[in-house]
Design a protein around this ligand. Structure first.
Ligand code: UD1
Length: 432
């Protein structure tokens, strides 16, 4: 196993290009199960989660071909298999996103039920509720969800759970319904940019989806969908993470390939914390959505305390909660972060405290008493975004930080040490 070693205290400076969004790439890749012909998708990040989904798709009779420049070609060759086995699904809970397209196109799906993880329980009741409403017969047996339904029938589905809507739940129902009969209305749909990206992709393949980015989505079923060319949106979570990494070191970082509109709540909080963020339009497209932007992030290394609540989009994303915690651990005063999406997602707190932070949890709230500085030590990554918070802490800590269980970070951040090193960070991988 590998560990990351970081020598803290080096301000980050320079330009960095944001990768394509992992959480858009995964459902879009899965949705290719619905298509006839080849799709050519650009902006696919090089991540272990992407590799895992490729393995699942290959096992389902799909040819996936990595071309240069982050392009992936996907073609269904054999649609006889409908099983996503435990051995492949267990490493990535997002594998559940093959459920909807398998059912929608092949009339059956047998997908291993994802277990819980360090961010808390990961129920799939909303996914099941949605496909049942569309007419599928569903059975939970031997750790698998087994669904059948020859041609699903459009209906109205309310996708509200205890924590609000579900991102992958919405994606799954969308993918199950596009080849269904008649009109499906998803109310309380997730509005995340990644869900929008999936819907935009599917429309390019011939689907009829309206209400994209709204709480009510309407899907009119069509008979066939075809391969297309598409570019994945930039990763707003990677962008937010790099904004904080640049700021925490008192540096100046220019982020390229970014959609600032996807980061409004994050930028708003960073400005309140005292970080200077300027957005520049680099070139204008034929609509505001086609403009090319860059963001310049600059900080003097002094941070104000703030109160943050992690919420579904357009609120501050839960996937940025741990990174904000690392930053606020050296703010001047007391901050709080309330987690409304995954109320158990606080495993990073104990590790940050080992680095000298002063954070305590009260139910789903972190109370962060800012300290003057953090100090490097050996810490354990426990999930993807917790690892990112430890990298941020390591970049600003005094001395050397070693992060164990590094594989988590490779699930969601492409070549992170190479890219941060190019900005002036001192960090490298070693064998544990
Ligand atoms: C996706 C993202 C993940 C992000 C999360 C919330 C991907 C691959 N992953 O995960 O990075 O942190 O959205 O923005 O896109 N819930 C239920 N029943 C369900 C499904 C979910 O109660 O059937 C609950 C969850 O426990 C959680 C909340 O709903 O409390 C949101 O989860 P959800 O949006 O489904 O997360 P994912 O789609 O799995």
């Amino acid at each position: 196993m590998e560990k990351m070693v970081i020598e803290g205290g080096n301000p980050l400076r320079g330009n960095i290009r944001i990768s394509g969004a992992k959480n858009a790439a995964l459902p879009i890749m899965a949705s290719c199960l619905l298509l006839k012909g080849t799709s050519r998708i650009q902006g696919i990040p090089e991540l272990t989660d992407v590799k895992t989904l490729c393995e699942i798709l290959i096992n389902l009779g799909v040819k996936t071909e990595r071309c240069k420049d982050h392009t992936l070609e996907i073609t269904v060759q054999d649609d006889s298999n409908v099983t996503a086995p435990y051995e492949l699904v267990r490493t990535m809970r997002a594998s559940i996103c093959v459920l909807g397209p398998l059912l929608g196109r092949r009339g059956a799906a047998k997908v291993s039920i994802p277990g819980g993880c360090s961010i808390g329980p990961r129920p799939i009741d909303l996914h099941i509720k949605g496909i049942k409403a569309l007419g599928a017969e569903v059975e939970m047996k031997d750790g698998y969800v087994i669904a059948t339904g020859k041609r699903l029938k459009g209906t109205t589905v309310y996708l509200g759970g205890v924590a609000g809507s579900s991102v992958l739940g919405t994606c799954n129902i969308l993918m199950a319904a596009v080849l269904g009969e008649g009109r499906t209305i998803i109310t309380n749909a997730a509005c995340e940019p990644e869900v929008q990206d999936l819907a935009n992709f599917l429309n390019k393949t011939g689907a009829k989806i309206t209400g994209i980015g709204e709480k009510t989505m309407i899907i009119d079923g069509v008979d066939e969908l075809h391969g297309t060319e598409y570019t994945i949106i930039p990763d707003r979570i990677e962008a937010g993470t790099l904004m904080i990494a640049g700021a925490v070191t008192g540096g100046r970082v220019v982020l390229q390939n970014i959609i600032p509109g996807h980061l409004t709540s994050v930028i708003d909080k960073l400005v309140e914390i005292g970080i200077d963020i300027q957005t520049r339009t680099i070139s204008k497209g034929n609509s505001p959505g086609k403009n090319v932007y860059e963001c310049i992030v600059e900080s003097n290394g002094h941070f104000n305390p703030v109160n943050i609540t992690a919420l579904p989009y357009p609120g501050v994303p839960t996937d940025m909660q741990a990174q904000f915690t690392a930053l606020l651990s050296i703010a001047k005063g007391v901050s709080s972060i309330t987690e409304k999406v995954f109320p158990h997602r606080f495993v990073h707190v104990a590790e940050l405290n080992r680095m000298g932070a002063n954070i305590r949890n009260d139910d789903a709230v972190s109370i962060i008493n800012g300290v003057p500085s953090l100090s490097g030590t050996t810490v354990m990554a426990s999930d993807l975004r917790a690892s990112a918070s430890l990298v941020i802490a390591g970049l600003v800590a005094k001395g050397v930080t070693e992060i164990r269980r590094l594989y988590h970070i490779d699930r969601g951040y492409e070549k992170i040490e190479e890219r941060l090193t190019s900005l002036g960070a001192k960090m490298w991988r070693e064998r544990e």
